[in-house]
Structures are given as C-alpha cells and as structure tokens.
Design a protein around this ligand. Sequence first.
Ligand code: KG4
Length: 340
Amino acid sequence: MDDIVILGIESSCDDTSAAVLRNGVLLSNVTASQAVHEAYGGVVPELASRAHQQNIVPVVDQAIKRAQIDKEQISAVAFTRGPGLMGSLLVGVSFAKGFARSLGIPLIDVNHLQGHVLAHFIKESDDDNNQPSFPFLCLLVSGGNSQIVLVRNYDQMEVLGQTIDDAAGEAIDKCSKVMGLGYPGGPIIDRLARQGNPNAFNFAKPHIEGYDYSFSGLKTSFLYSLRDWLKDDPDFIERHKTDLAASLEKTIVDILMDKLRKCAKATHIKEIAVAGGVSANNGLRNAFHEHADRYGWHIHIPKFSYTTDNAAMIAITGYYKYMDKDFCSIDKPAFSRVTI
Ligand code: KG4
C-alpha cells in the first residue's frame, strides 16, 4: 500500500500550526504562537486573524521542509473546521481548500475537540505503542471547554458531562487576572502553586448534579475573598501569592477529579486520558498519577507539546478519517460553535 501522508492545519484561536504525518507517524509539527495578545490580557480576535494571515504560508512551508517531503507526496489536507474564532478559522480553512485543490487531493474537516482527544494517538516513531485502548474516558480541559468524553472509537465520542458556565482554563485565567498576574494565567498559576500551600485557603466548590461542571461560583468566591482580604491588607496578594495559587489550583483539580472519578466508577472504565491546554498543569498531572495508584487507572497524559493547540492532533484525526474515506467537499464552511 502507498504511504498515507497527511498535512494538518490548525488556526482555531491564536496558534498557527501545520504538521505532517506519514502512516500515523509524526514527521513535523510547526507552530507560530502570537505574543501580540499578552498586552491585552486575552486573545483579540481581529489581531489573531491578521497574525494567522502572516504566519500560515511560512508555517506550512516549514512543516513540509522539516518533514523532508515534496508537496506532491501529500495524500490529503486535514484542517480544523471548528469550534473556534471565526476570523481565525477562516484563514486555515481557506488555505487548506486552496492548497488541496491546487494539488488535486482530498480535504478532511476535523473537529478541534476531537483532535485534542485523538492527540493520544500521535506516534513519534513506528514502535511508539502507548495509545489508549477503547473505550476510554478523556477529561478535556482547555480555555474554552471542560468536559468528560466517553471515547468508544476514533469517530465515536459522547460527552458525558461538561461545564454549564466557565471552562477550567477560563477560571484560572480570570483569577490570575484578578491577582494582577500576566496572561495566560495557567502557566503562571502552575509555577507559583509549586511553592505554595494548597490548604492555605478555602474557595467555594459547586454542587451540580451528574457529571457536569461549573466554575463561575469559584471565580466569584475567589474575587470576593480577595476583596475582603485586601481591605485589611493592601499587600495581601503579594504576600500570599504562592498560597493563593496553590489553593486555587487544588480547588480546580479537586472539582475536575471528583466528577471524573464518579464517572469512571459508574462506567467501570479504568482507561483514563486527559487532554487540552489545562492538561499541562502539574497539579492535575499529579492527581492523575495518584488516582492511577489508588484506583488502578491506566492513565494517558499527553506530552506538553500536544496539550495546547497544535496541528499534529488535527493531522492524526485526519489520518483516521482518511482510512474511512471520510472526506469533505470544498463548499463546507467553518463553524465557530460545534460539539464533539
Ligand atoms: O487548549 P488550549 O491551548 O486552548 C483552547 O482553549 O483551545 O488551552 C488554553 C488554556 C488557557 O486557559 C491556559 O491558561 C491553560 O490552558 N493552561 C494551563 C496551563 N497551561 C495552559 N492551565 C493550568 N496550568 C498550566 N500549566
């Protein structure tokens, strides 16, 4: 059988990324991040689309060069169709359509959230065989999503629980902003938390039925507590930065793990994965290891490079869709909102 070479393209938010896979094995994964948003404390959609426009051609060019292939060897182009920022998506979607049409090869549309889940199947070499087996549960936690996904197969996923308001990453970023720390807050809180006492402060935990999450109450509890403490001591944040970060992180990790544990118990599934930007968090990673020891879970934690947005996860999802001949016609639009 001929080699299957997939070019993956990701542009849903503020990372422009391209990757090349051959028969499921990663040959290259190039990402241009956008520092321009730091000054604004969040992603500015218009600036993101402009940066994608500047980055997309050099990023794809680099991905093909690093993979040491000719573009004529590419079998199909897989692209993120949604969810994401419309202006950002349009850059990747339009590029993918033009590129595939110019080479006369199939197009494959990929759901970004499914891409995060299937990042666990990216192989870095032929003998890289540590992929989850089906069915497994995946805790998908990012700046825009917090969900527990039952993964029955590459193309059969069911959301068992999800946030009814803010996502976990969004809550971390907002609390970090309230503390006057930089953007994105996740990596900063993670670093500070390593030096703090996780039991120093108590913040509100939600009482939600089933496997759904809620993080907006925690955010408000954090804000109001800080306001009270600052009234008595204007230097409170500076003096308690590490304890605040550690306590906030512990509360979020506890909320995430409580529901995941319940879900694992009810479904009798011990094959458990984590994905998305927040899966880079050390506290969450440690909690996964503790649960593996305590409950006999077989855990799957992605490499740091596959936690945040990247095209390797889009390419691997595209690879499995290619095997199913699940192609997309050129008239398909981007979606800003779409579920798994
Ligand atoms: O998946 P992602 O790159 O983007 C989408 O939302 O699609 O996730 C970004 C989120 C941000 O909220 C960021 O603060 C969070 O992931 N994050 C972290 C860490 N690294 C990134 N949160 C906690 N600890 C980290 N080390």
